[in-house]
Design a protein around this ligand. Structure first.
Ligand SMILES: [Fe+2]
Length: 233
């Protein structure tokens, strides 16, 4: 299984603050059945250039790999913060997950303007990048379902955090979206081993309990295959 969203790299953002903490997070993920983790440190275009970010991220990953025993595979990516005009960012493509067309995009926590929706659809329409909206559940209260359907029709994919399935207030909605194929990837959005620890296994257990083991297995297989489909050859 893939953990699609994790702040696993040491000392690069508000996630792991040491190699030791990263290894503890990865060990927890391994125990939860995670085989591949997408490392998604925050990227903010108003703070840093793409090349500087990629350099820092790769150095952090190398530090971790030097000491890493038999742990899940890590694919470097980014959690890219959306801003109006992001489609013009030089090197946006370099923020895709390594060897894939997938790019994790954090959207504004407000009602999206027509400009924003068109810009996201435009990036998706170019065919070079497949956008995956990070923690889709956080935007739901502020968007119409028509906007979400529009983006799905343009090939935009949705990632949900495991926590969407864990809260009794949101679980019903999470399961409904899953059954309607509106959640494509699951992520822990783990930042540490305390208040934002890896937790995908708990969400999988909920899906198994509410939808059956075969459904949960199919969802995991679907995520793996979707990732492979977007791998660059
Ligand atoms: Fe995140």
């Amino acid at each position: 299984m893939i953990d699609f969203h994790a702040h696993i790299l040491p000392r690069i953002d508000d996630g792991s603050q040491s190699v030791e903490e990263s290894i503890a997070m990865l060990e927890s993920m391994k125990a939860q059945g995670i085989k591949k983790v997408i490392a998604t440190p925050h990227f903010l275009a108003n703070h840093e250039s793409v090349s500087s970010f990629v350099e820092r991220r790769n150095a952090s990953l190398e530090r971790l790999r030097e000491t890493m025993p038999d742990l899940p595979e890590i694919a470097p990516g980014a959690e890219v913060k959306y801003y109006d005009g992001i489609s013009h960012l030089p090197d946006l493509k370099k923020l895709r997950i390594e060897n894939s067309k997938l790019l994790l995009l954090e959207m504004p926590f407000s009602a999206w303007s027509e400009y924003t929706v068109k810009e996201v659809a435009d990036i998706a329409g170019r065919g070079k990048i497949t956008l995956v909206l990070a923690h889709i559940e956080r935007y739901l209260p502020m968007q119409s379902s028509a906007v979400l359907y529009r983006l799905l029709e343009h090939g935009v994919l949705f990632q949900s955090n495991a926590s969407f399935f864990l809260s009794c207030f949101t679980r019903h909605k999470a399961l409904r979206m899953l059954k309607n194929h509106q959640i494509h990837f699951l992520g822990s959005d783990a930042h540490n081993m305390t208040d934002r620890a890896p937790n995908t296994a708990k969400a999988v257990a909920i899906i198994q309990k509410k939808c059956g083991e075969a459904f949960a297995d199919d969802f995991i297989t679907y995520g793996n295959e979707l990732f492979l489909q977007h791998t660059l050859t």
